[in-house]
Design a protein around this ligand. Structure first.
Ligand SMILES: *[C@@H]1O[C@H](CO)[C@@H](O)[C@H](O)[C@H]1NC(C)=O
Length: 150
């Protein structure tokens, strides 16, 4: 059975990290590139968490809010379980409608939204470019040699 697609908007958009999460090998870039498409979700805002390198999304009262990310077409339930394991208990899987940038068509998917302490959310935006430039190398060094449970 193929799992529902996922919309990813944070650290998993860094392809070496996504490759590590799905395969255990951060070098499997071509494999993960084939699974992602640039997309957006409306009705949510993304904020950085205090003292963390990663963000979370929360529902917004403004319909103009939107979050950019990737639609991720997972191939196996094992891959999905690995990402659930990676996200842990402070995020909850939420059904969303994802709009593909390339042609505007919409797809139903799941997105990990923040289910932890609201006080952990800052009011600061989170930048993928910052994460990739400043933090990704350290993250990969920490995770290489480990594998997620799937
Ligand atoms: C839009 O692009 C997606 C992904 O490539 C494709 O599956 C879908 O059929 C396209 N939809 C339309 C209306 O062209």
């Amino acid at each position: 059975m193929q799992p529902r697609p996922l919309f990813v908007y944070g650290t998993l958009r860094a392809l070496p990290l996504l490759a590590w999460a799905l395969t255990g090998d951060p070098g499997e870039i071509d494999m993960v590139k084939a699974l992602v498409k640039a997309a957006t979700v409306s009705g949510y805002n993304r904020f950085r968490l205090h003292h963390c390198d990663y963000p979370a999304v929360v529902a917004s009262s403004s319909s103009e809010s939107q979050v950019d990310g990737y639609l991720l077409n997972l191939e196996t339930l094992s891959q999905r379980r690995k990402l659930d394991d990676f996200e842990g208990e402070t995020y909850v899987s939420t059904a969303v409608v994802v709009k593909l940038n390339e042609n505007g068509s919409t797809v139903e998917a799941d997105m990990y939204t923040w289910d932890g302490d609201a006080q952990q959310l800052s009011d600061k935006p989170w930048s993928l470019e910052w994460f990739i430039q400043e933090r990704l190398k350290d993250w990969i060094e920490i995770f290489v040699g480990m594998e997620l449970v799937g």
